[in-house]
Design a binder for this molecule. Structure first.
Ligand code: ZN
Ligand code: ZN
Length: 113
């Protein structure tokens, strides 16, 4: 049974190849850590993968190392995901497609013995 047209995969791979969801080169760095609120000179932008999408956050090294999710509301998270999509030059639908491709890639080795 081969019901999936090859084009469906070709389209996904194209999006996946074109978009690095963890690219923060165009993301603005904030003045304080968005997780703990500390102000310090060595803050950096990091990405956080959520079920809504990938968002970018300014975090201090401590919070970034702890990999803790910042305490943002659902509405804020949606906004942050949308903002990061615009930093990448894509829309949220393209981001979702890229995340699907990423999930496929990660789950593939585990599903194959
Ligand atoms: Zn912090
Ligand atoms: Zn961003």
């Amino acid at each position: 049974m081969n019901l999936i047209p090859p084009d469906a995969f070709a389209g996904r791979q194209r999006v996946d190849a074109a978009v690095d969801l963890d690219d923060v080169s165009r993301c603005p760095c904030g003045a304080r850590c968005e997780s703990c609120g500390v102000e310090r000179p060595d803050l950096a932008v990091h990405t956080a993968h959520t079920q809504l999408g990938v968002m970018c956050l300014t975090m201090c090294p401590r919070c970034a190392a702890a990999d803790c999710a910042p305490p943002v509301s659902l509405g804020t998270a949606v906004n942050l995901v949308g903002q990061h999509a615009s930093h990448l030059g894509i829309d949220v639908d393209q981001m979702a497609a890229a995340m699907d491709a990423e999930t496929d890639r990660r789950s593939r080795p585990a599903s194959r013995p």
